[in-house]
Design a protein around this ligand. Structure first.
Ligand code: NI
Length: 170
């Protein structure tokens, strides 16, 4: 396993569409997943998309090991490949987001409250879940990375975008 460098906003790969994974359960894919897990944990992230470590493929990881984050909202640790998202409601809600590619910043982002997401794990096993709340937000954030979308581009009112230590200082 290895901790990879996370590329930051401004890098052109973060604005590109990622390519689908065509082969599952390969040593290369397993190594990439392990590296992503180690990289995400080293930064205490809630999610990481392959393009953030300069791999332009449709692979994201997210969620928490509950031993590590006992107070975190319930988002099971998930490896999600070639995902599709379908909103289950038109309703959106605003929530604060951050991103390891936009370090130190937070922004208020509208996301669908309930979604269905489908995809595969690293073994090619299908995933099909209806989720809401923070789980739905994390999936929408991570999957946005696969279409070249970063959360600051989704902020409706840029007054609600700033440095984390200043925004939440009180
Ligand atoms: Ni992100």
């Amino acid at each position: 396993m290895a901790i990879k460098e996370i590329i930051k906003m401004g890098h052109p790969l973060l604005l590109e569409k990622a390519k689908p994974v065509t082969e599952f359960d390969t040593p290369e894919l397993h190594k990439l997943v392990e590296d992503m897990i180690e990289t995400m944990e080293s930064e205490n992230g809630a999610g990481l998309a392959a393009p953030q470590i300069n791999e332009g493929i449709q692979l994201v990881i997210f969620g928490y090991d509950t031993e590590r984050y006992p107070d975190a909202e319930d988002v099971p640790f998930t490896v999600l490949i070639n995902p599709t998202i379908r909103p289950l409601t038109k309703e959106t809600e605003d929530g604060w987001e951050g991103c390891l590619s936009v370090p130190g910043m937070r922004g208020l982002v509208p996301r669908y409250k309930k979604i269905n997401y489908k995809g595969f794990d690293q073994y090619g096993k299908p995933i099909d879940r209806d989720v809401e709340g923070f789980h739905a937000r994390v999936v929408q954030h991570e999957c946005d990375h696969l279409i070249g979308m970063l959360y600051p581009l989704r902020i409706k009112d840029l007054r609600f975008f700033g440095f984390e230590d200043t925004l939440f200082s009180e």
